[in-house]
Design a protein around this ligand. Sequence first.
Ligand SMILES: Cc1cc2nc3c(=O)[nH]c(=O)nc-3n(C[C@H](O)[C@H](O)[C@H](O)COP(=O)(O)O)c2cc1C
Length: 186
Amino acid sequence: MNTLETIMGRKSNRAFNGEAVERGVLEQIAKAGVAAPAGMGKAIYVTVVTNPDAVAAINTATKQVMMNSGVEALVKMGSDPDRVPLYNAPVAVLVSAQTVEDPQGASNNLSNCAAAAENVVLAATDLGLASVYVTSPTLAFHVPGMKEKCGIADDQTVHAIVALGYSDDKAPAVKHINEANIKFVE
Ligand SMILES: Cc1cc2nc3c(=O)[nH]c(=O)nc-3n(C[C@H](O)[C@H](O)[C@H](O)COP(=O)(O)O)c2cc1C
């Protein structure tokens, strides 16, 4: 696939078939993540979680935070017994950066993690995997012990997660490109 085909062929896929993803494939995807551009030279960390207990804990902790949030929409999502925040994906790729207080640093870290997460979904697409970029399961890392369980340093914030795996859904991506959102100033 060339780059533009990969971009146009990417779609959020939430139907994983449970097949394990090979370690070599995950290594290529992780390298694509940390190869992303990074403002202010800030480091981006990519943590590939395949341990089933850790993946299950992210799902459980996310719903726990949702239920205790006091936000009606989140409480509803957290209480839904059918809701699995990582959609039964066998792999959760956590994208994190050091937690910083200064607004410029925080903004860069968020952007850096978004760039890395996009590289991860594009690499996954190119390698024939299904993926979905998710932020709601980052809520899990507000639960004490979750960072340690998932290999995240205490001084880091998980800004993005990519759930990935194989899928039997091979339907092509349907893109809704809003041409009105594109402008040329010539
Ligand atoms: C920053 C960001 C956060 C997202 N968070 C979630 C999420 O928590 N759960 C989810 O199912 N999808 C999430 N998505 C996926 C979007 O729903 C999806 O990209 C959008 O519907 C467009 O569909 P497409 O990815 O197939 O083009 C997120 C996407 C982005 C970019």
